[in-house]
Write a protein that binds this ligand. Structure first.
Ligand SMILES: [Zn+2]
Length: 184
């Protein structure tokens, strides 16, 4: 994305042959949890986090993960992995009966704390980003990490306003059944 600040992550691989991104996965992250504005997310996603810098970071030791994008609290967009590639953001996951969501998804992290609210600047930037992604790829669904890995993950959580993005995007409601609880 031209408007993104690039922070290249090594935590990606090729998508399976013939597989294109069809799903956008919304995540939330803050490091340490609830603390905003530092560089720990960038460091985690580029394997440069000092595990000893905060007690919480100890549990992240050795983790090799990255989303494609991060949206900071002020709406700044960071890109870690090309959308054409398979970023390591979803882990063990399943969407509409299909496992390995990393194969066919694009991951967007909003700086935030699961269960808490997000900023207007983040929604504005997210909507622009999602529209751009959908112009380049055959997107046909949007889900939270909590919807594709319900036994492990709770992000982005109840503070994320799904109605706000569905109203702004005007995409079919069938793109969001898990999030809007209208039945998968
Ligand atoms: Zn997540």
């Amino acid at each position: 994305m031209r408007t993104a600040r690039r922070c290249e992550s090594p935590n990606f691989g090729a998508r399976p042959v013939g597989v294109e991104p069809e799903l956008i996965v919304i995540h939330s992250i803050s490091l340490p949890p609830g603390i905003y504005g530092g560089d720990a997310i960038e460091r985690l996603f580029t394997n440069r986090l000092d595990w000893d810098a905060h007690p919480y970071f100890a549990q992240l030791r050795g983790l090799e993960v990255s989303a494609h994008f991060v949206l900071r609290r002020d709406g700044e967009l960071l890109q870690f992995v090309s959308c054409a590639m398979r970023a390591w953001h979803a882990g063990v996951s399943q969407w509409r009966g299909r496992a390995h969501c990393n194969d066919f998804s694009i991951g967007i992290e909003l700086e935030g704390l699961e269960g808490e609210a997000f900023e207007s600047a983040q929604y504005d930037a997210l909507i622009v980003l999602m529209r751009r992604i959908a112009r380049g790829y055959p997107i046909r669904g949007v889900a939270g990490h909590e919807h594709i890995a319900p036994n492990r993950k709770r992000d982005p959580g109840a503070g994320f306003d799904w109605a706000r993005i569905t109203a702004a995007l005007r995409w079919p409601r069938t793109y969001f059944p898990e999030a809007l609880a209208i039945g998968a």
